[in-house]
Ligand binder design. Structure first.
Ligand code: BGC
Length: 741
């Protein structure tokens, strides 16, 4: 047992990042702040909805133009009409006393008009460059449409696929989620906010939102500080260190205090320990919901709790709008709190260059030029095919030949241009009529002699009348091969779309059974915003391709994979449970005192009616080729805290087609002052290999990679034995051992 903790703390790695402010901007902020009256200061902290509502509304009517004129609103969300943006901005700049420009925000989650795969799908690509490019393109299109600010990335770790918002994040793993958070922040913000094609990002929802009990949206969160710091907070920290300009409060409570009024989260961790210099916006009415949570008597008290916690801007609750000024003037809160919040908002407005040219984002010519450009569509297709995960391919059924005589494409989702079925939740300004469906993708791909028939089999939301199933089964029987597209409609995941039953929705399993029974080779394409329980299908359908919701170019991307123009390389960023009763099921769990041994014995941690393991684990995904891994080689058997460890592995493409493989590295600390996960991702590399080609992949681990929150809550490594695993998924690795002295 190792008790002796290393004395050297990991200060250089984990100290609050030093943020250098531009002194010229600071001087301008100081000057402007000194000229503002209290109402104008509070105004900068008010954000109102100016377009379609993305939350509940109190029905109160506020004269927006008059409010802008009097300087009591600083930001709007959901105004996407260029003329309206311009007219309000003109009032702000020319008619309000101090001429402070308005900040326009919108949920640009996975593309603006060119829609990319849902974020969970993109995470399956494990391609950080492609993910950054996707955010960059979203920013280019959004910024040309008058927007300064996106409420993305959502960096909530999610281990419960019942939660509808798993689609919006990067899945279950903290390490992968942190790297993706950085990539998305860099993509949206670029390296210079004053450029007219960069927008500010917003890491959300701070924090713990993904841990909602029962996977029910907005529900209670109760996790220990250790788990919070180890699992849920690091992606936010990564986003802060990547320079994210804003964060958004979460809706949930943490330790019984709603996140918006949670001093531990905002004041202590974010603005204290991490030295965050940007600003924090509430979620939609999350200040007001503190009343409903039962920690504030009314909106006045909610405003006081929020500002005391360090939450800077109020989205839509109007608690600051109505009461913040009064709280200051009655001496209930110090004006410095408000000044600090306003300073943060003004700094961002200066950094964006809005005072130099408040209209530079409202640019119809640029909008026309960049929106849905060939380059953007091509990038969307590339990341879409990289996001596809091949789950099963019995007998090498895939890839299909392009000259098959007759293919039956079956499924309502195979040709749907409604419910955002191809785009998924948060489609921003994407248009259903602009998407390429799987049927269109297949037709564009196959030889001119191939006959492609189509039967929906079901109506929307898995309603499958017997006559439609019969027609689909007949079409299957008459074809040489079937492409069966099933899953969730686009409106079945996302915010407020939790599901308790996460099998194929409706009667679609009946359709699958009838089609399989027709006896022809069946490839099942799954379209979904979350992992589904696929029990019967996983057993009886020979090939399963998980295509998530892939966006505008989804149909082409699917056809690229089905017909072998792209060899699938996606790996699951979240486990697919074998049964709902296993949830939460995730790869980096603790060992328990009674882990299940291979043989079936009683009194161990198991189900009597289901395995412990998920159906498809984190990091899993097949390819049309095969890879052979050497055992990992270490440059030393023993290292100390000042050393790094180099882990090398040879990976060979032993099949006959080229492919991209995600090489994954995990570690396990065998004995700690607190129990440690059985495996934790600490590195990955996506490599390209031609048939027969072999490459050596090298990973470097430093003490930061071995650190955890110790018994006395210090983030540091402890000496002792470690295992290191390298392989093709979290459940298929080769291992080696080393000692940290
Ligand atoms: C969501 C946020 C979103 C906001 C604005 C809320 O309901 O939780 O993620 O950014 O609405 O649309």
């Amino acid at each position: 047992m190792k008790r002796m903790l290393l004395t050297l703390l990991l200060t250089p790695l984990f100290a609050a990042a030093a943020f250098a402010h531009d002194p010229r901007i600071e001087a301008k902020v100081d000057d402007l702040l000194a000229r503002m009256n209290l109402a104008e200061k509070v105004g900068q902290l008010n954000q109102l909805n100016g377009g379609y509502a993305t939350g509940t509304q109190d029905g109160r009517r506020i004269d927006l133009e008059e409010s802008v004129r009097s300087g009591i609103i600083g930001s709007f969300l959901n105004i996407v009409d260029l003329d309206y943006q311009k007219s309000l901005q003109k009032i702000a700049v020319e008619e309000s006393r101090l001429g402070i420009p308005l900040l326009y925000a919108h949920d640009v989650i996975h593309g603006y008009r060119t829609i990319f795969p849902i974020p969970l799908a993109e995470a399956a690509s494990w391609d950080l460059e492609a993910i950054e490019r996707s955010a960059r393109i979203a920013a280019i299109e959004a910024s040309a449409s008058g927007l300064h600010w996106t409420f993305a990335p959502m960096v909530d770790i999610a281990r419960d696929p019942r939660w509808g918002r798993v689609m919006e994040g990067a899945g279950e793993d903290t390490y992968l989620g942190s790297r993706i958070a950085e990539a998305r922040v860099h993509g949206f913000q670029g390296d210079d906010l004053s450029r007219s094609d960069t927008i500010i990002a917003c890491a959300k929802h701070f924090a713990g939102y993904g841990a909602a009990e029962g996977g029910r949206d907005y529900n209670t969160v109760d996790v220990s500080e250790r788990v919070m710091r180890e699992v849920y907070l690091p992606p936010f920290h990564a986003a802060v260190n990547a320079g994210v300009a804003t964060l958004m409060n979460a809706f949930n409570v943490l330790d019984r205090m709603p996140a918006s009024g949670n001093k531990f989260l905002v004041k202590q961790v974010l603005k204290g320990e991490w030295n965050f210099q940007g600003f924090v916006v509430s979620d939609w009415n999350s200040f007001g919901e503190m009343v409903i949570h039962g920690v504030a008597e009314d909106n006045r008290e909610a405003a006081k709790l929020a500002i005391a916690a360090g939450s800077d801007m109020d989205m839509e609750s109007k608690a600051y709008f109505d009461y913040l000024g009064e709280l200051v003037s009655k001496g209930e809160i110090p004006e410095e709190w408000v000044d600090d919040a306003v300073r943060r908002v003004l700094r961002v407005k200066y950094e964006l260059g809005m005072f130099d040219d408040p209209y530079k984002y409202i640019d119809p010519a640029r909008k026309e030029k960049v929106t849905l450009s060939d380059e953007h569509l091509q990038a969307a297709r590339e990341v879409a095919r990289e996001s596809i995960v091949l789950l099963k391919n019995e007998g090498g059924l895939l890839p299909l030949k392009k000259n098959i005589e007759k293919i039956a494409v079956i499924g309502q989702l195979a040709d749907s241009k409604k419910f955002e079925d191809m785009m998924g939740s948060w489609p921003a300004q994407g248009k259903n009529e602009e998407v390429v469906t799987p049927l269109e993708g297949v037709k564009a791909k196959v030889s001119t002699q191939t006959v492609v028939t189509y039967e929906p089999g079901c109506r929307d939301h898995g309603v499958c009348p017997p006559e439609l199933i019969d027609r689909a089964a007949l079409a299957a029987a008459e074809a040489d091969c079937v492409i069966l597209v099933v899953g969730e409609n686009g409106d079945m995941s996302g915010e407020s779309k939790s599901r308790a039953h996460i099998g194929l929705p409706g009667d679609q399993l009946d359709l699958v059974k009838a089609v399989v029974k027709a006896g022809k080779p069946v490839v099942m394409v799954l379209m979904t915003g979350r992992p589904l329980v696929l029990d019967w299908c996983a057993e009886h359908v020979p090939a399963i391709v998980n295509a998530w919701q892939l966006g505008t170019m989804g149909g082409h991307a699917i056809a690229d994979v089905l017909f072998g123009d792209y060899n699938p390389s996606g790996k699951l960023p979240i486990s697919f449970p074998a049964a709902v009763g296993q949830i939460p099921v995730y790869y980096n769990h603790l060992n328990t005192g009674r882990p299940r041994p291979p043989q079936d014995v009683p009194y161990v941690s198991k189900y009597i009616d289901c395995p412990n393991e998920p159906l498809y684990p984190f990091g899993y995904g097949l390819s049309y080729t095969t890879y052979e891994y050497s055992a990992p080689r270490l440059n030393a058997e023993t290292i100390n805290i000042n050393h790094t460890l180099t882990v090398s592995v040879d990976v060979k493409n032993t099949g006959s087609v080229m492919g991209d493989e995600v090489v994954q590295l995990y570690i396990r600390d065998l004995v700690g002052s607190v129990a440690q996960p059985v495996k934790e991702l600490r590195g990955f590399d996506k490599i390209h290999l031609n048939p027969g080609e072999s490459k050596t992949v090298e990973f470097t681990l430093d003490s930061g990679d071995l650190a955890f929150w110790t018994e006395d809550m210090k983030f540091q490594p402890e000496p002792g034995e470690f295992e290191v695993f390298v392989g093709t998924s979290s459940s298929d690795c080769k291992k080696a051992r080393f000692t940290l002295e």
